[in-house]
Each structure stands twice: as C-alpha cells, then as structure tokens.
Write a protein that binds this ligand. Sequence first.
Ligand code: CMX
Length: 136
Amino acid sequence: MKPSHIEHIGIAVKSLKDAIPFYEEVIGIKCYAVEEVPEQKVKTAFFKVGDTKIELLESTDPEGPVGKFIEKKGEGVHHMAFAVEGLADKLLLAEKRGIQLIDKTPRKGAEGLNIGFLHPKSTFGVLTELCENPNK
Ligand code: CMX
C-alpha cells in the first residue's frame, strides 16, 4: 500500500457539540470544519495534528454505521484512515490478498476525498479506510 501518512483517525461521539470543547480546550487543537456526509449518515468535525486529522463522527441516523457502532460499543475510536495513491488499484490489491472489501471501488467521502473501506473482520478488528486526495 505504501501509505504516506495516517490521513485521519475517526472517533464516534454522541454529540459533536459536547466533544469539540475537549479537543479545543484540553488538547488544544482547533476545529476547522464541520461537514455533514448524508451518504454516511454522519456529521463530522475536523481537527489537524501535523499531517493527520482527528475526525469526530456524530450519527444522524441510528441505523447508520456510526449510530449502530455507538449502540453496540459506545463512544470511541471508530476507524483509521491511511493516505494512499492509486486507490482503485490498492483496493484490488487488498482483495487479492483475501481482505474483505466494504467498497470494491472508490467512492466520495468527507472533504472531497476518494475513499474505500476494508472490513474490520479481516483487518484485526480495526475498520480501515484508504483515502486518496483527487487534487494531488
Ligand atoms: N470497528 C470495528 N468493528 C466494527 C465496527 C468498527 N467501526 N463497526 C462494526 N463492527 C463490527 C461489529 O462489532 C460487529 O461485530 P460482531 O459480529 O462480532 O458483533 C460486526 O462488525 C458487524 O457489525 P454491525 O453492527 O452488524 O454492522 P454492519 O455489519 O451493518 O456494518 C460495517 C459494519 C463496518 C460494514 C459498516 O459500519 C460500514 O460499512 N462502515 C464503513 C462506512 C462507515 O463507517 N462510515 C462512517 C464514517 C464515514 C466517514 O469517515 O466520513
């Protein structure tokens, strides 16, 4: 895969409004964007730490992926995303290695990135996302 860096860490929270002050006031990083991603049934808040972002995820639908996650496991780390180049090929490569893909081809995610998810059952329990910046 040769990722260049960890693009972001996704953290499921019940409420962005309640969670944002922890990151701003205690950790000391500024929320620079809040974006709703209707296809993923989430509202997101972004912070930067070096090249890596923290993505807080609040569910907009109890049946969405984050709504179901919080119901089952509670708040906490939801996924880890790697920045890669040539996303479509990287997904094919993972599938050839026997990894179960959630997305067989890239789709649009937050911040205009192309994304693809690998199933946590074949990635040692961590929902894994691959991201490609189409403007690079
Ligand atoms: N991390 C680790 N395990 C997870 C998980 C996660 N984030 N989400 C679900 N699971 C586990 C569940 O605990 C469950 O395990 P058991 O069978 O051992 O109980 C299993 O996966 C199935 O869980 P489920 O609640 O029945 O959920 P689904 O199978 O319907 O969906 C998944 C699971 C991963 C396929 C789905 O959440 C998905 O497609 N995720 C990718 C999209 C996404 O998460 N979008 C939100 C973020 C968007 C963004 O970053 O912008």
